[in-house]
Design a protein around this ligand. Structure first.
Ligand code: S3P
Length: 440
């Protein structure tokens, strides 16, 4: 087998040596956090003055957010190393002259809907084929309870959405799902409502919205699983340093943990407790992860992660942990396939409504590689330890599936190809070259 075939490539083809996988060694800095990058643009647009964002994620999803706010009359400079949002205040957006296109981004679609519900102009928004299948009723319902005039144009609970001007009232919303996107949409509409708005979740979801809105001067309080916002503050611009995305770091945590002889230092990773469930699960599986240089960060805690290969064992992933690692379940499933023993992932029915149905797309692809995996209604059961074989992986245009299976291919015997491998551009455009640079 030729040397160059052993490197992950943009085309997603990878094969390993007959002598076994090659270790990963060295340092990596993963791109900025996707959730935080979206919010920095949105809240910067609603604040008065210039918000400067460093380490902004230049992935397609966050660029969709920039383009939507440009269409709403906000000037945004996307300079190398720094994004500057020239915010016009809470009531400074103007009517777009065209449909807002949110691409593949659920965060853009749902959060912007909460903002648009409070505007004195009408908007239509839509996204790509995947977005047009994802559930929007979960935001249409609470926003309508607030008085919003928001409709699914095809009456199927999905985009395109038409949002007309309406007066909003604060509500106390009991969300049936633990979803930061739902919580954030309602809280953002709450900025424009009469009276206070609160959202109570079954389990706490990521709290980036609450943290960052506070940095911008909004009156947001959090108590357990309830977040509350008071309307109509003057939001003030802020400087935001976006920490590295733990969801992107997860691929290197997994790769270093499953390839013998590996040791990788992942620098500057956001370790917000509502996001860092992967660290707990990987720890429970026996992974060797050391948190170094822990620091406050601006509004978000950050650390460097030193990950050293260690044999993994199966675990149970369930309950209140699920929202803290929901995007990491595909890569956790890959770790589980490499681990000894059984892993049960449950309480994760939300996987079905992500960029792909991830119960299906993870289990189908793992089966192709020879893993023993059974899909369930709300997760999957993986009997780990079977040797993985190279396979023709279908990413189903889901960035997290492509990256997870590129990592799986590191320990698979024979060649793996990944269909539509370029979909990693959604959250991590340089993923393949960053991974290749670590392989010895
Ligand atoms: C996100 C929240 C999560 C996550 C998504 C980003 C966010 O979705 O899956 O990738 O930025 O708020 P849900 O809140 O719908 O679970």
């Amino acid at each position: 087998m030729k040397e160059q075939n052993q490197q992950p490539s943009k085309a997603g083809a990878l094969a390993i040596l007959e002598t076994g996988p090659r270790p990963l060694r060295g340092e990596i800095t993963v791109p900025g956090d996707k959730s935080i990058s979206h919010r920095a643009v949105m809240f910067g647009a609603l604040a008065k003055g210039d918000t400067r964002v460093t380490n902004f994620l230049q992935g397609a999803d966050c660029l969709s957010t920039i383009s939507c706010f440009e269409k709403l009359g906000i000037r945004i400079e996307n300079n190398p190393g720094e994004v500057i949002i020239h915010g016009k205040g809470l009531h400074g957006l103007s009517a777009p002259t065209e449909i807002l296109y949110t691409g593949n981004s659920g965060t853009t679609t749902r959060l912007i809907s909460g903002i648009l519900a409070g505007q004195p102009f009408s908007t239509t928004l839509t996204g790509d084929a995947s977005i047009c299948k994802r559930p929007m009723k979960r935001i249409i319902d609470p926003l309508s309870m607030m008085g919003a005039d928001i409709k699914s144009e095809k009456d199927n609970g999905c985009t395109p959405l038409r949002i007309n001007p309406a007066l909003l009232n604060g509500i106390a919303y009991n969300s049936p799902v633990a979803s930061a996107q739902v919580k954030s949409a309602v809280l953002l509409a709450g900025l424009y409502a009469k009276g206070k708005t609160s959202v109570t979740e079954p389990v706490l979801s990521r709290d980036h919205t609450e943290r960052m809105l506070r940095m911008f001067g909004a009156n947001v309080t959090s108590e357990g699983v309830t977040a509350t916002i008071q309307p109509d503050p003057e939001l003030s611009c802020a400087d935001i340093f976006v920490p590295g995305d733990i969801s992107s770091a997860a691929y290197f945590i997994a790769a270093a943990s499953i390839v013998p002889g590996s040791e990788v230092l992942i620098k500057n990773v956001g370790i917000n407790e509502t996001r860092a469930g992967i660290l707990k699960v990987a720890g429970a599986m026996g992974a060797d992860i050391r948190l170094l240089n822990e620091r406050g960060g601006v509004g978000e805690p950050v650390a460097d992660l030193l990950v050293t290969y260690a044999p993994l064992r199966g675990t149970i992933v369930s309950g209140s942990l699920i929202p803290t690692l929901i995007d990491e379940i595909p890569i956790i499933a890959v770790m589980a396939a490499a681990a000894e023993g059984r892993t049960i992932i449950k309480d994760a029915a939300e996987l079905k409504v992500k960029e792909s149905d991830r119960i299906f797309t993870v289990t189908e692809n793992l089966k192709k590689m020879g893993a023993d995996v059974t899909p369930t209604e709300d997760g999957m059961i993986i009997e780990g330890g079977r040797p993985l074989m190279g396979a023709a992986i279908d990413s189903y245009l889901d960035h997290r599936i492509a990256m997870s299976f590129q990592v799986a291919s590191l320990i698979a015997r024979g060649e793996t190809t990944i269909k539509d491998a370029d979909c990693v551009n959604i959250s991590y455009p340089t993923f393949y070259s960053d991974l290749a640079a670590l392989i010895q």
